[in-house]
Design a protein around this ligand. Structure first.
Ligand code: FPP
Length: 239
């Protein structure tokens, strides 16, 4: 099997990376932003066409106010500093998640970056910001319920394809989801879209995750056999 073209990453371990070095947790997030830059830059050469990054979950608001504020500041800085390069390098940026809880200025910056990069097609970068998979599914269900209530569609018209269209994502489902920092959880990340994804759990914390390691994981994916609930021809399945 070839390397995956649609990849998603749970960028975990920024806090632990910092605390182990006697640094404030925010230092780990800052280093994490540098890794985001490097990994995004590496994608086209690695054959990745869609990268989805879990930047802030609907549960992350439970963190200390000072850490949430620092993360929001880093998102602002990232958008401001990277917009021109992303635009120039053919990256189409889209945000997924529930935007209304975010500060108006961040929402405006997100919309501006989406607009500015919307015609790019070398890499699609989906940034999950205030994203929760269950929240996304509930919001999609509400949209569809409203269409049914308005008589626009019948309950029997609700198919998997129609439901997927009501979700935030506009890209192919990830073939591979990577989680850094040694945790073996999916943490409400793309529960619908990753139903058949392969997972790679790597011990390194996100600030230590390099483009070389990224490439090695993509290569390793190439050795896996994906059956999607079926049976391989070599094991008696249909040729
Ligand atoms: C998880 O580490 C990481 C986050 C909650 C934030 C991820 C954000 C970035 C890498 C910054 C910028 C992102 C973009 C897209 C510009 P953690 O704090 O949960 O680590 P811990 O489990 O060790 O505490």
């Amino acid at each position: 099997m070839a390397r995956p073209t649609n990849v998603a990453i749970i960028m975990d371990g920024n806090g632990r990376w910092a605390v182990r070095r006697g640094l404030p947790r925010v230092a780990g997030h800052k280093k994490g932003v540098q890794r985001v830059r490097e990994i995004v830059r590496a994608c086209p050469d690695l054959g990745v066409e869609t990268l989805t990054l879990y930047a802030f979950s609907t549960e992350n608001w439970k963190r200390p106010v000072i850490e949430v504020a620092a993360l929001m500041r880093l998102f602002r800085i990232y958008i401001r500093m990277e917009a021109a390069e992303l635009e120039r390098n053919g990256v189409c940026v889209r945000f997924i998640g529930e935007r209304s809880a975010l500060e108006p200025d961040i929402r405006a910056m997100m919309a501006g970056l989406e607009e500015r990069t919307k015609d790019n097609d070398l890499l699609t970068l989906q940034v999950a910001l205030n994203y929760g998979g269950r929240d996304e599914i509930v919001r999609a269900a509400r949209k569809i319920a409203a269409q049914v209530a308005a008589g626009e569609i019948a309950p029997g018209d609700v198919t998997e394809a129609r439901f997927a269209e009501a979700l935030d994502t506009r890209c192919p489902d990830p073939e591979l989801v990577i989680r850094t920092s040694g945790e073996h959880r999916t943490s409400n990340f793309l529960p619908w879209q990753a139903a058949y994804s392969e997972y790679a759990f790597v011990p390194e914390c996100w600030p230590d995750f390099t483009p070389d390691q990224f490439g090695a994981i993509l290569d390793e994916f190439g050795t896996r056999e994906r059956r999607f609930g079926g049976v391989e021809a070599s094991q008696g399945g249909p040729a």
